[in-house]
Structures are given as C-alpha cells and as structure tokens.
Design a protein around this ligand. Structure first.
Ligand code: NHW
Ligand code: EN5
Length: 390
C-alpha cells in the first residue's frame, strides 16, 4: 500500500507490540555512516540549493509553490505563500541553505521540485529532541507520480543526518504511516459576503446576507487594555511565558529567546504577534497571541483571485481569557482586511471555537514524527498537541 513509507523509520499501521518507551525507531547511527553522495535523480534533472537570501531565487520558489502546492479537496483554492513569508519561515535561526533543496531541469534550469528543513527543539512527552521541521515538499504538476517525492525526502534526510540530527516533525493533509495526532481546521468568517461569493462558505439555512454580515461583525479595535505589538526586546519574557504554557502539551516546540525574537515579530502580511503588557505593572507581560498570513489563490473565479487568510499561531494566556485574546486578534485581522481567520482544534482552542463562531472545515491536518516512536504505539488527542507548523 505504501511502497516508499514501508521502507522508512516511521510508525506503521500494521504494528502490534511496540516498546513501552518513547524513542528512535532506527538503530543509532553516526554521521560517518551516512552516505556522502547525493541521491541520483533521473538524468534530465539536477539538485540545487535554493538560496532564499537571493530575491530572484525566492521568487522562483514562490512561483513553483504558487502554481503547484497544496489545494483543497475540490481544487477550488491553492495555498499562495508569499516570497516574504518563505524568507521569514525558512531563513530562521539555525537555518542551513543546504536544507533548502531544489530540483531543476538541466537544460532549462527551471525549478520543478522543492523540499525544506529548519531546525527545532521538539519536546515529546518528557524529553527534548533536536529535530528538523520538514515543509514545502512540492513537485511540479507535470512531473507527478514519477516517484520524485521519495528522492526529495531521502535527499533531505541524508543532508539532515550529515549534521547529526536523526528526527523530524512534519504535518500533511494526506494520510501516511502513521499520524501521532490528527487535528481539524476551523474557520471564522471575517468577510462573509466574499467567502460565500467564492464558494469558501455558504449562507446558513434561514439566514439572509445582511444578518450573516451582522453576525460576524467584530469590534474595530481590540478590547484588552495593554494589548500591543510584540517588540524585539520582549523576546526573553515572551519565551518564559510561552515555554511555561507549552509545558501543558505532550508534543510541542521549545523556543529560546533568539527563536522567539524571530517567530514572534511583526512583519506586515507575514506574521503578527501581540502581547498584553500589564497596565498595573509596566514591563510585565501576561499574554501572547499571534497569527500568520497565508493567502490562497481562488482558482477560476471571474472576480476574485485571492482569499486573504490569517492562521492562529501560538497563544499564551495567564491574565486575559483566551477567548478574549483570540477575539482581539480577529478584530485586528478584520480591520486589516483579512477575509477569514483559521485555527486548528489543538492546544486549548476547543475552549473558544464555538463561542467565537468558528465552523469546522473540510480539511484535516495529520501530525507525523520521523524516526521517533511514541511508547506503546499511542497517539495523541488534538488537545495534547502544542505544535504549529506553517
Ligand atoms: S504537506 C504538503 C505536501 N505538498 C503538497 O501536497 C503539494 C502538492 N503535491 C505535490 O507537490 C507539508 C506532490 O503530490 C507531492 C508528491 C510532492 C506531495 N508527504 O513522487 P510521487 C510537507 O511538505 C508519498 C510525504 O510519485 P507525487 C510535509 C506517497 O504516499 N509523502 O508522488 C512533507 C507515495 O509514497 P508511498 C507523501 O504526487 C513531509 C510517494 O510520495 C506526501 O508526484 C515529507 C509518491 O511519490 C506528503 N505530503 O509527489 C516527509 N504526498 O509510500 C518528511 C505523497 O505511498 C520525512 N507522498 O508509495 C522526514 C525527512 C527528514 C528526516 C530527518 C531526520
Ligand atoms: C503543511 N504545513 O483542505 C500544510 N483547507 O478546512 C499542508 N476548507 O480551507 C496541509 N473544499 O472548509 C494542508 N470551508 C491541509 C489543508 C489543505 C487545504 C484545505 C480546508 C481546511 C479549507 C474550506 C473551503 C472548502 C472548499 C471546498 C472550508 C467551510 C468554512 C465554513 C465557514 C463558516 C462556518 C462553517 C464552515
């Protein structure tokens, strides 16, 4: 059934009696055991490093993904990550250009394949494991089903293993062996008229457009006193707040201050991070809420070409109710012209989804670990997951 994945150190659907402890699936290896030569591609293709610090290259990756990356089940929408977004999330602390792997056609130099890895400290249950996060695996539509994806995956594995990292985390909408958790997407309309126009959502039974617009109306400005944009100097305090809140979950990322300064900054149309500075105690931060910008191309619509979506990223709340924090983030997004606010049912998000008028989407998101087994073959509930990948 899974000719490639059956050969990889990942949990299989068929397994019965797993070890009781979390740990690696493969027997331990050293960097010396890892082959030095890149894997072979079919004759007409060659490997390249995609140096995203070069805007021309960033634009090539952008173009590949914008035309060939993930679509919904009915092929009505396709993710349209911006070049600025790709630079933000792939040129993060600890990044390595050799981990931004491209495949080009030898004759034309056209970019037709891509996969990326970035380092992350992932905590699974009690232990922290140095991993990479794999994302943006893409093969041009004209080259599908030629088994190029397994070559891209083996090559990035080799390049990561050469640096003495042996585990990875990744998410996908498709079912592969074997998810550690499965989450659902939820959507909160900000611009219901447009969402209905483009077929993203529909008018509920016995609802008019006017009533629908009123239902989803948000305040023009946030209500939480002390809410402001995160600044670089907030990083140590945000790290403390965030890591302590993420301590609740069984699968999460640990962020040092440098990583926080990168992942929790404000770049228009890429990432927004808000903090609450306690009005009674200047300098002390009590809460964090963040969202990233991932538009989708609307495929084949006469008027609209792009859906502007915000995705809830990490939250940490100690003084402000989570529901109010997220509502404030949505108010900011609505004021900035976003059409929809998306969230997964992970962390403690179940506690606000209904009340804040999110509806369940038709998409799922499976979480996977490479070369790491959960003791007893157990899987996690969405509420055990404290990890958000782009
Ligand atoms: S998920 C988004 C992935 N990208 C897309 O869906 C974009 C649109 N689709 C495509 O570009 C986020 C192609 O369809 C792709 C497959 C390239 C997906 N993950 O080349 P073949 C990520 O980026 C398996 C993993 O003929 P294709 C996460 C499939 O099951 N495997 O297919 C990425 C089959 O294997 P099987 C996937 O359609 C995580 C084989 O590929 C997959 O032309 C990567 C067929 O290959 C997916 N999303 O190209 C793993 N989709 O066993 C990282 C299909 O069934 C592992 N397949 O025979 C860790 C590595 C690092 C370790 C470090 C220690
Ligand atoms: C790895 N980092 O299916 C990422 N999106 O629900 C790769 N549906 O937008 C993983 N089909 O439900 C990607 N509207 C996996 C997701 C792939 C994209 C995807 C889903 C997530 C989505 C929308 C549009 C469906 C169009 C038809 C959807 C209903 C919203 C409605 C709003 C009002 C209240 C009820 C629900």
């Amino acid at each position: 059934r899974y000719a490639f994945w059956e050969t990889q150190p990942v949990a299989q659907f068929t397994e019965g009696s797993e070890p009781a402890e979390d740990g690696p699936i493969d027997k331990p290896k050293t960097v010396q055991d890892v082959r030095q030569e890149p894997y072979s591609l079919p004759d007409s293709f060659e490997w390249c490093v995609c140096d995203l610090t070069d805007d021309a290259v960033a634009h090539e990756v952008y173009e590949l993904l914008s035309n060939n990356y993930v679509e919904d089940d009915d092929a009505m929408f396709r993710f349209n990550y911006s070049a600025a977004f790709l630079k933000w999330c792939l040129l993060c602390p600890g990044h390595k250009l050799e981990w931004l792997v491209g495949v080009r056609v030898k004759t034309s130099r056209k970019l037709v394949g891509f996969i990326s890895a970035v380092p992350a400290s992932i905590r699974v249950n009690a232990g922290r494991v140095p991993m990479v996060e794999i994302n943006f695996l893409c093969v041009h539509k004209k080259l599908r089903s030629k088994r190029l994806a397994p070559v891209l995956i083996k090559e990035i594995t080799r390049r990561v293993n050469r640096t003495d990292i042996w585990q990875a985390a990744y998410t996908a909408g498709v079912l592969l062996p074997k998810p550690v958790a499965t989450c659902r997407y939820y959507h909160r309309s900000l611009n219901p008229r447009k969402l209905i126009d483009v077929g993203f959502s529909r008018l509920a039974p016995r609802m008019t457009m006017a009533r629908t617009i009123k239902l989803y109306k948000l305040p023009d400005i946030p209500v939480t006193p002390g809410l402001r944009e995160a600044r670089p100097e907030d990083a140590p305090k945000i790290a403390e707040l965030l890591n302590s809140q993420l301590g609740r979950y069984k699968l999460t990322q640990h962020f040092n201050a440098e990583e926080v300064a990168h992942w929790f900054q404000n770049i228009d149309n890429v990432i927004n991070a808000l903090v609450v500075e306690d009005p009674d105690s200047p300098g002390s931060l009590t809460d964090v809420v963040s969202f990233y910008t991932l538009p989708s191309s609307i495929l084949g619509h006469p008027q609209h070409t792009e859906l502007k979506a915000a995705y809830l990223y990490y939250t940490a709340s100690t003084a402000t109710p989570l529901k109010q924090l997220v509502n404030d983030a949505m108010a900011v997004a609505a004021a900035r012209g976003y059409d929809v606010f998306n969230a997964l049912d992970l962390m403690q998000n179940e506690s606000f989804l209904k009340e804040l008028k999110f509806g369940m989407g038709d998409g799922q998101l499976h979480y996977y670990l490479y070369n790491w087994r959960l003791g007893g073959g157990h899987s996690l509930q969405p509420g055990d997951v404290g990890l958000v990948l782009m």
